[in-house]
Design a protein around this ligand. Structure first.
Ligand SMILES: *Cc1c(COP(=O)(O)O)cnc(C)c1O
Length: 408
């Protein structure tokens, strides 16, 4: 059966060009970059070139780019490393309620150490309003961390405004840009970003490698005490093939950024319009205007997310739900709750994230399958029966009556 992969926010396949670029560094060019003989120097040069490529894409200098084992490590390092190196100036950190767990759980760990954390609320589209940040900033605020774009609902945050407010208060601004790096143009100076996290496997690079950008002059505690790698801040032998693959993936994504962004955005809008036109009791989650080009996230009423995922999987369609049921918990995602969805519709949520190999035929096939699946599930749903009998009300109809756009 043909597999239609629509879960690119979760991970992406390694591009063949990326694999080709990585291959020599596993065996022939296996040297340790810290060794002075030619084999070591070849590896060292490859790491230096990769660092320069990634820095130039960010508008940064190579000395400001530190390699990590992924986005999670970059988030941990940025937030814990900054907090530990700067706690004499204050112990207050601000983040948002819709961050990835790599940021939220890091902040919770710091709370257990005695730091104070404010979790900013978002509006119904998932936007962090600059006014709420302004109200939360305090003289002892040292760090603000707000994601560039949300991994579940695709909302792109007003980063330049949030960073500017942070700087007016003398604090430092970090962004988890894992979903946006090499998908959106991000120049750290234009946006006023002081620290940024990115990951290779979200941009057709290998898993297990990422980066943390740290603006010159900002102090961050060491992540790993060891050798002199990463300027003594993360002492471990470099993941040379991974680093080379990361840079190659970023370079390829950068070269095709605008046409690929626009192509996916047109497909995304086609998907959103079709769902709104053809599937009843559906609500688009997140902002339509300020949204990643590859993200489609809907809630469907009278539907239980796991049943929907299983039926779609049986039809060869790989997508994600908006609840954490698969990870052993029955709670809907913190992001969907933060944008104000009641539990009953948050449970019936679906995320489709498009990629560079996604075609219009794939999208149409997925939506045809989705429509059939929802129809089947609703026919079997006692809740839907109650709704048709008039004994329960529709939450989404109430959203629509309240003037919420993008509902059917
Ligand atoms: C995937 C993701 C991460 C984690 O990145 P890893 O490289 O898998 O550790 C962090 N933040 C966001 C927003 C993500 O989408």
């Amino acid at each position: 059966m043909k597999q239609i992969y629509l879960d690119h926010a979760s991970t992406t396949p390694v591009r063949p060009e990326v694999l080709d670029a990585m291959m020599p560094y596993f065996a022939e060019e296996f040297g340790n970059p810290s060794s002075i003989y030619p084999l070591g120097q070849t590896a060292s040069d490859a790491v230096a070139e990769a660092r320069a490529t990634l820095a130039s894409i960010l508008g940064a200098t190579p000395r400001e780019v530190f390699f990590t084992s992924g986005g999670t490590e970059a988030d941990n390092w940025a937030i814990k490393g900054f907090a530990h190196a700067n706690c004499a100036k204050g112990k207050h950190i601000i983040t948002s309620a819709i961050e990835h767990h790599a940021v939220l759980h890091t902040c919770e760990a710091l709370e257990r150490e005695g730091f104070e954390v404010t979790y900013l609320p978002v509006d119904e589209h998932g936007i962090v309003h600059p006014d709420t940040l302004k109200a939360a900033l305090r003289p002892d605020t040292i760090l603000v961390s707000v994601m560039f774009a949300n991994n579940e609902i695709g909302t792109i945050e007003p980063i330049a405004e949030l960073a500017a407010l942070t700087h007016e208060h003398g604090a430092v601004f970090h962004t988890d840009a894992v979903q946006a790096f090499a998908h959106e143009p991000i120049d750290v100076n234009e946006f006023g970003i002081d620290m940024l996290s990115a990951s290779a496997h979200k941009i057709y690079g290998p898993k297990g490698v990422g980066l943390l950008y740290v603006r010159k002059g900002i102090k961050v505690a060491n992540l790993l005490d060891g050798g002199q790698q990463e300027r003594g801040k993360r002492g471990t032998t470099e993941n040379v093939p991974g680093i080379v693959g990361f840079a190659k993936a970023a370079q390829l994504a950068w070269a095709e950024l605008t046409p690929e962004h626009d192509r996916q955005l047109a497909l995304r809008d086609h998907a959103i319009k079709r769902i709104l036109a053809e599937i009843p009791h559906a609500k688009l989650n997140g902002s339509w205007e300020s949204r990643l080009a590859n993200n489609v996230n809907f809630s469907f009423e009278f539907i239980e997310g796991e049943g929907m995922l299983l039926q779609l999987a049986a039809r060869g369609i790989c997508v994600s739900s908006g609840s954490a049921c698969t990870s052993g918990s029955l709670d809907p995602s913190h992001v969907l709750l933060a944008i104000g969805l009641p539990h009953e519709i948050a449970h019936g949520s679906l995320r489709l994230t498009l990629g560079r190999n996604t075609t219009k035929e794939d999208v149409d096939f997925a939506i045809d399958s989705l429509a059939a699946t929802l129809n089947n599930l609703r026919m079997m749903s006692p809740l839907y029966e109650d709704f048709k009998q008039g004994s329960v009300e529709s939450v989404i109809e109430r959203f629509a009556a309240d003037g919420f756009p993008y509902t059917n």
